[in-house]
Ligand binder design. Structure first.
Ligand code: C2O
Ligand code: CU
Ligand code: CU
Length: 454
């Protein structure tokens, strides 16, 4: 949304100008800072360091001192350069979740380690046909991902193209919701945290607890939502309003879907168009899974004059990866190994596995020939859900009406299974797939894939 005063205002203003009548003392909705590419380049420094914020008892961590790192706004074909400076007391690294970029070299190498006091330069070259959409960044150092993300290390990446510049798109107020439930770095993970994934006290929206949004009744808003929580699925819905889903993880949908609500598992994103209900009542937005809304919506004024706005349709391209393209089928089995110890002891030996094995960075689990299409059946033998995520190559979920577009993260329900088709095109290299309940990933539910030139 490079042109269009409305949209720019929406993204760039950190705080809404009006005061709301509804929530005396309630915090206003605000958005992270935006850093925007110019002439095909965006060069940023992200400094990861301890910080002090409400909610993260035991000490937050932050990129550039903010509860949510800056939003990196780029275009297809851009070069994004990130210098990651590690001012933490522990090693870290960086991952650009969902970007279609090289996973090796100076690119999105999650095997790299940046020691305390060190820095590393990443260079991400977005292909010219990179989809427009909502992506995000976070640390990916195996063993400490859950703790570092939960403590506050994450931010959004937005890729915009000509369709975002279109008048009907630019006319909508655009908001970014980066959701997490902060947990201080000082809190030791308990065996139960490992089992179910750690959860913080309360969910925050762009670092703010239950903010109030004021929106013009009857108007359309475009919301980009990122579930950056370490392990909580989050619900998005508004009483009396329908949501028009225009994009999932990997970009825009061919046809807009109308939904009463949706659930985002950790790692997932969605873009929805919301018609602000014509009411003077304050409405609850979404759910944290424990009965509390994520935010509050205070509609203001009457329906704007003029024709009622139309929800755009046909924004994206059809995603169909036909069965006839599949050259290889695999089954991946998600499991848990309770270990020899007791769940009550500190060292329970608890491991999460894929095909019976815990993660080993030295081992390559799957080797693929570049240019081929594979079909993976992901079977969950445990009773709990596991959001499955693959780096570098977006996939299509077979037979899933709920998520018709390109995906990079999909929930595999407890004792259930999901079938995906993956075109291994555009890039080669060695990277990972894993459960996005980050404690499960840290406890082994991750494998290594190597896509080799044909
Ligand atoms: Cu969002 Cu491999 O991660
Ligand atoms: Cu990722
Ligand atoms: Cu899991």
């Amino acid at each position: 949304m490079l042109v269009g005063a409305c949209a720019d205002t929406a993204l760039d203003n950190r705080t809404e100008p009006e005061t709301n009548t509804a929530g005396q003392g309630a915090a206003q909705f605000r958005q992270p800072d935006v850093l925007r590419s110019e002439n095909g380049r965006l060069d940023v420094t992200l400094t990861a360091a301890p910080a002090a914020f409400q909610g993260a008892v035991g000490g937050a961590l932050a990129y550039n001192g903010a509860p949510v790192g800056p939003t990196l706004l780029v275009r297809p074909g851009d070069r994004l350069g990130v210098t990651l400076r590690n001012d933490l007391e522990a090693p870290t690294n960086l991952h650009t979740h969902g970007l279609n970029v090289s996973p090796v070299g100076q690119g999105d190498d999650v095997f790299a380690t940046i020691g305390a006091g060190q820095e590393r330069s990443y260079v991400y070259d977005l292909p010219a046909d990179h989809p427009s959409g909502t992506f995000w960044y976070h640390p990916h150092l195996h063993g400490s991902v859950a703790a570092q993300v939960a403590a506050g290390l994450f931010g959004a990446i937005i890729v915009e193209d000509e369709i975002d510049d279109r008048a009907d798109m630019a006319a909508m107020t655009e908001r970014l919701f980066v959701l997490n439930d902060p947990i201080g770095i000082g809190r030791e993970a308990s065996p139960m945290d490992g089992m179910h994934g750690r959860t913080g006290e309360a969910v925050r929206v762009n670092g703010v607890l239950q903010p109030v949004l004021t929106g013009v009744a009857g108007g359309l808003e475009r919301w980009r939502v990122v579930n950056a929580s370490a392990s909580r699925p989050l619900g998005l819905s508004i009483p009396g309003a329908v949501l028009h889903l225009i994009a999932s993880d990997g970009g825009r949908l061919e046809s807009t879907r109308t939904l009463d609500g949706l659930i985002l598992v950790p790692g997932e994103r969605a873009e929805v168009i919301v018609e602000i209900p014509s009411t003077s009542e304050e409405l609850a937005i979404g759910s944290d899974g424990a009965g509390r809304p994520l935010a509050l919506l205070a509609p203001t004024g009457g329906r704007p004059t003029g024709p009622s706005p139309t929800v755009p349709d046909g924004l994206g391209e059809a995603v169909s990866v036909g069965a006839e393209l599949v050259v290889r089928e695999r089954t991946l089995t998600l499991g848990v190994d309770m270990g020899m110890g007791s769940m009550m002891s500190g060292d329970s030996g608890l491991e999460f596995t894929i095909d019976g094995k815990a993660f080993d960075p030295q081992r390559t689990d799957i080797t693929v020939e570049a240019g081929t299409v594979e079909q993976w059946r992901i079977v969950n033998t445990t009773g709990m859900d596991h959001p499955f995520h693959l780096h570098a190559w977006p996939f299509s979920v077979v037979g899933d009406d709920a998520w018709p577009g390109w995906k990079d993260t999909v929930n595999v329900p407890g004792s259930g299974e999901v079938v995906i088709r993956i075109p291994f095109v555009g890039r080669t290299g060695r990277t990972v797939y894993h459960c996005h309940i980050l404690d499960h990933e840290d406890l082994g539910m991750m494998g290594v894939i190597d896509v080799q030139p044909a």
